[in-house]
Design a protein around this ligand. Structure first.
Ligand SMILES: Nc1nc2c(c(=O)[nH]1)N[C@H]1C(S)=C(S)[C@@H](COP(=O)(O)O)O[C@H]1N2
Ligand SMILES: [Mo]
Length: 259
């Protein structure tokens, strides 16, 4: 980490001099909110700004060929959520599972797996990078999140999509052990952001997040929420977990985990 700290600070000084803020202001309405403005001027906001400035808000993560697929895609973090509720869902092959889309939307939705399969699909072969130092290339298929969100009609105040997961990752004393993640609406509407129900031409296994997990391809592994049960649109990340926008961000990792 220490090797990149000095150039980062220099870049931050450049950003403060004006070029970063003004360019970004032109490309998304998010930067107008005070909360996001504060974030953008922080050190972490630097990778977020840099990615959008240098790459453009809709630049694509690299996609690979079938020949590049990793022979094994490791299972990491939760291997199976605890509790009877999830076990029953597995037993019934997720027949009673529904994805809830709610929060700041005009039209909340409850979607079955079949509903999701009936929507337009996207397939992408991408590389997953975990902060623990391993990577794997996998082929994901699912519904672009943009398609689902458009059907739910986000309200103008919506700024973030929060993903609520089925796994209680840690029995934290303050009750914040539930796995969750969040992304801004730029990433939520990015063409490679999908709700994936297939990996490598088979249904998503329990280990990889069955029945549905997020793929947000320009960010690190821990953003790729598995066991997604509910997507809630929100104006702020306050009030979720410990307020930093994700299970790992609440524990010191960056919220915007750009690759
Ligand atoms: N719900 C949930 N999502 C999660 C995790 C988890 O433990 N629970 N682990 C994260 C981490 S750190 C990584 S690297 C990937 C691992 O996904 P995989 O098991 O499909 O390799 O999922 C991410 N999403
Ligand atoms: Mo990870």
């Amino acid at each position: 980490m220490s090797s990149i700290q000095i150039p980062r600070r220099r870049f931050l000084a450049l950003g403060a001099a004006g070029f970063g803020a003004s360019l970004l202001a032109g490309c998304d309405r998010l930067s107008e909110s005070p909360e996001v403005g504060e974030f953008l001027s922080s050190a972490e906001g630097l990778t977020y700004r840099a990615q959008r400035l240098l790459g453009g808000s809709h630049s694509l993560a690299r996609e690979y060929a079938e020949a590049d697929l990793s022979p094994v895609f490791k299972v990491n973090g939760t291997h199976m959520p605890e509790g009877d509720d999830y076990a029953e869902l597995v037993e019934s092959n997720f027949a009673r599972w529904r994805l809830r889309i709610d929060g700041l939307v005009a039209n909340p939705l409850d979607l079955s797996l079949q509903d999701l399969r009936n929507l337009p699909q996207r397939t992408q072969i991408t590389r997953h990078d975990c902060v623990e130092g391993w990577s794997a290339i996998g082929k994901w298929q699912g519904v672009p999140l943009s398609i689902v969100l458009k059907r739910a009609s986000p309200l103008p105040e919506a700024r973030f999509a929060v993903f609520h997961c089925a796994d209680m990752y840690e029995h934290a004393l303050d009750g914040t052990g539930q796995y969750y993640e969040s992304i801004d609406l730029i990433d939520a509407f990015h063409p490679q952001t999908i709700l994936a129900h297939r990996l490598n031409d088979g249904p998503l296994s329990v280990g990889h997040g069955a029945p549905l997990r997020l793929r947000v391809e320009r960010q690190l592994g821990y953003k790729q929420a598995k066991y997604v049960m509910r997507v809630e649109l929100a104006a702020s990340l306050e009030g979720f977990g410990r307020g930093k926008g994700g299970f790992w961000p609440d524990r010191g990792y960056e919220w915007y985990a750009g690759i």
